[in-house]
Structure formats: C-alpha cells, structure tokens
Design a protein around this ligand. Structure first.
Ligand SMILES: Nc1ncnc2c1ncn2[C@@H]1O[C@H](COP(=O)(O)OP(=O)(O)OP(=O)(O)O)[C@@H](O)[C@H]1O
Length: 228
C-alpha cells in the first residue's frame, strides 16, 4: 500500500525537555489523520517534524515520495513551499503586511505571481470578505486564525497540516473552518493532518460522513521519556 505519510523509529529530543518517541505509523494515500492526545503528549512536536521545521533526533519520516529526514535545509524549504500548507498553533502572520499581502506571500516567496482571485475566494469562504486590506493586529484571534488557514490553502498544497484549528473559534466558525478543510482536501486531493483535542472536530468529521480518517492517539509521556 502506498504511504501518504509514514515514520519509523522517530524520536525528537528537546535540548531542555523530554525525549519524545513516536510509535511507527503509516497513513495510506487517500486517508486523513486526526492526531489526538492530551496536552503535552507531543502533537505539536510531531506536526513540526512533519512540516520539516524540526529535524528528527533519530528515525525516518516520509511525506509522499520525500524522505524529510534526508533533505538539506535548502531542499526542505523548496519542498515545503511546493507541497505544504501548515497552520501552526501560534500563528505567524506578518504584522507589517495586510491580510491580502499575507495571502500573496506563499507566491512571492516562491517567485510566483500572486493570485488575488484565489485570496478573495478563500476569504469569502471563511466569512472574511472585506478584511483583505486590514493589518493582522486589527483582527480578532479567530479571524487571524482563519486568515492563517487561508494562507495555508492558497497554493492548493497536497499536504495540509493544521494544529488546533478551532481553538479560538465559536461553534459556527469552527464548523465553517472544518468544512472548508474537508472541502479543500477533497478538491485538491490533499492529505489532511489535524492535531486537536477539540471534540467538535471529531464530531464534525464523523457527521460529514467521512470514512477515510485514521485516528492516532498519542500516549501520555512515560516517566522514562522525560530525560533528554
Ligand atoms: N521548546 C521546548 N523545549 C523543551 N520542551 C518542550 C518544548 N516544546 C515542547 N516541549 C515539551 O515537549 C512535550 C510535547 O509538547 P507539545 O507541544 O508537542 O505537546 P502537545 O501535545 O502539542 O501539547 P498541547 O496540546 O498543550 O499543545 C511537552 O512535555 C512539552 O513540555
């Protein structure tokens, strides 16, 4: 079976923190992953490894055909730009740029021509029409979260990694965000990896009748894993 995402022997040691072990895992092409687990179990760390933002201390990590553990920083940058939409838990919108300028960044940083029509479409679908000229500091937390999601979707990446996408959202906005993620994944044939402890996400995913989801629950850290 072809893997969309797979890791083996994967470990990450924080310099001043725990050594995290991740049990071997394989997500077949065509499936999505709901990454669950209590606070501190390593969901954000695993997403950062999958995004190539952290380098594994040991083990292998594949997304599609790419072995991320083998890529140089420059190769990783190029791979990320072409393949990944990543929405981290702490958002990184550029404060000096408007919403529209933030949405054109994935193109500009890759030397491509921006697609304002795509930006307008995504803002509309996320209930943010009319906010394109705003600076991020004039947005609510929930609005900024949706802008970060729109930015991740701009270039229709084949992999979408999203960390707690609904943490600051009310029920209606959370439903809107989850539905957009599901639609985008379907339209783009993208693999979705969602890390969350928000039960609303699992409920919505199930309510949407999506069968091709795998759930991975990270175990609470064992005491032996606490030393680096
Ligand atoms: N920069 C860091 N330095 C040292 N330890 C860290 C660092 N970041 C995270 N940790 C530790 O690594 C473990 C996993 O953290 P991580 O943020 O991946 O968990 P999480 O499951 O995403 O938690 P949450 O749901 O609260 O966001 C925790 O024990 C945390 O304290």
């Amino acid at each position: 079976m072809k893997a969309a995402v797979a890791w083996a022997g994967l470990r990450y040691a924080y310099a001043q923190g725990p050594l995290l072990h991740f049990d071997d895992f394989m997500l077949p092409v065509g499936q999505h992953l709901l990454l669950r687990g209590g606070s501190g179990t390593g969901k954000s760390t695993l997403l950062a490894l999958l995004a190539g933002l952290l380098t594994p201390s040991a083990g292998s990590l594949h997304l599609g055909g790419a072995g991320l553990h083998k890529l140089s920083p420059r190769q990783l940058d190029a791979w990320r730009g072409a393949n990944l939409g990543f929405v981290p838990q702490r958002l990184h919108l550029s404060a000096a740029l408007s919403v529209n300028e933030n949405l054109s960044l994935p193109y500009v940083s890759a030397g491509l021509k921006p697609e304002p029509a795509r930006a307008a479409e995504l803002l509309d679908r996320l209930g943010l029409s009319g906010l394109g000229e705003r600076q991020p500091h004039l947005l609510s937390v929930g609005q900024a979260q949706r802008v970060a999601l729109a930015r991740a979707l701009m270039r229709r990446p084949p992999f979408l990694l999203v960390d707690e996408p609904t943490a600051s959202l009310d029920d209606d906005s959370a439903a809107q965000v989850i539905d957009l993620l599901l639609q985008a994944a379907l339209e783009q044939s993208a693999t979705l990896v969602l890390a969350t402890h928000d039960g609303r996400i699992a409920d919505r995913v199930l309510a949407a009748g999506i069968k091709n989801w795998r759930e991975l629950r990270l175990p609470t850290l064992a005491l032996s894993a606490q030393s680096a």
